[in-house]
Ligand binder design. Sequence first.
Ligand code: NAD
Length: 495
Amino acid sequence: MQQISHLIDGQTVAGKSGNTTAVYNPATGEQTGTLDLASVEEVDHAVASSKKAFEDWQTVSVAQRTKLLYNFRNLVEANAEEIARRLTAEHGKVNSDAQGEVARGLENIEFSCGVSEALKGTYTEHASTGVDVYSVRQPLGVCAGITPFNFPAMVPLWMFPNAVACGNTFILKPSERDPSAPRFIVELAQEAGFPPGVVNLINGDKVAVDRLLEHSDVKAISFVGSTPIAKYVYATGAAHGKRVQALGGAKNHMIVLPDADIDLAADAAVSAAYGSAGERCMAISVVVAVGDVADDLVAAIKKRIPNLNIGPGDNPDSEMGPLITEEHRDRVAGYIETGSTEGAQVVVDGREQQFDGDGFFLGASLIDDVTTDMTVYRDEIFGPVLSVVRVDTYAEGVKMISDNGFGNGAAIFTRDGGAARQFQQDADAGMVGINVPIPVPVGYHSFGGWKDSLFGDTTMYGPEGLRFYTRPKVVTSRWPDPATSTVNLGFPQND
Ligand code: NAD
């Protein structure tokens, strides 16, 4: 059984609080580790280390920072298999998903390697006679990241490569559920040569998060997780004078128009609803079937579900793994019952699928005739349950997305270019897919939803990430008339 502790100042620091939590392998239900949970004093230790490291790090040359980021990128790539193995062991996602997660994380490190281009600043010559004005962006100081269980490697990489590229130091507080992959990544950052204290890691729960939110030496908080906690983190961090970006939960709709390619749409719905056991903030959880497409589409999705290979993530044949905890699995299963009680039609009931052993598995479910007043529609289920809402028109589908409190992603499936372009305009969400069910932006764009899916005004990673981790400074400079210079520049007036 492994003991997982903090990484501060380049050292493993064993927990002293005496508070711990169990880490499980969700595919077997076995406890595989014990995680130290930080006390207020341990968080303070990490913040003091990061603050000290910032004194030098903020003026380390862009060339040196870039070199270390390239080293880090190469180490993450070289260790992708090991990161993926840790993801599967504690999160449960299948190996191909785990590898995909590492690949998407690498994109963010690669973007941060281009910081020299991004932080060039602007310059206005002769803003007035003898006056030049220029803008630079400077780092904030100690930044902290609080991350969710569902992308334990990728989400930290959305944050800290950009933060340190800009000259900040960073404290990562990963999810308690699957801490080994983020810990390994921070070890790789240390191996890459980042000086002690530039990237620290503390494990913890609400105690650690609250201390980070109130600590006066923490200047910025990046959060990704559920909406209630995102709201809390945003309000508390802002009340303590910090810059906060807090990404929350989601309920992503996929509109399928009558002209769509049914096979393409059904394949997309199955992979986007059940991939990673539906535990993705960009998962499709509602298919909005427009007009007469509904019967064929529901039949096509239903036909595909029995072919979905559900099993342990380290089995190369598995396409979907277990849920994160037993409690979460039972909560998700409860929604299938609720849907049925509220009058929806359970077309495929994932509870009927039997699994060997004590892993936290649940089969994929499909619920038809869902209406917007039902709990299965309103709540973020975060599991392998796909709802189908039937509407008569495109306009009804668009209104449904607008009326929904979440606004992370929205997708449309159609062969009609005009309809797709109209949707791009109408969709009340931060990320839109056109015949793409999970439109996670590439690392050189930025990621973030609208409404209850994001609190704060900066989205994450890419150009917006650099904006979040820096503050602008504008310098207005006036120099004496060259004719009056104390150095003889060769002008006649100097003689
Ligand atoms: P969560 O909100 O339970 O936890 C996220 C982080 O907050 C963890 O580090 C956890 O330790 C901390 N935390 C939990 N409860 C807290 C409390 N009461 N006070 C202070 N801190 C607390 O989220 P989760 O279950 O780990 O992740 C799943 C959720 O994250 C889903 O809602 C999903 O949609 C969302 N998510 C959103 C995005 C996005 O980009 N919008 C991406 C990934 C996940």
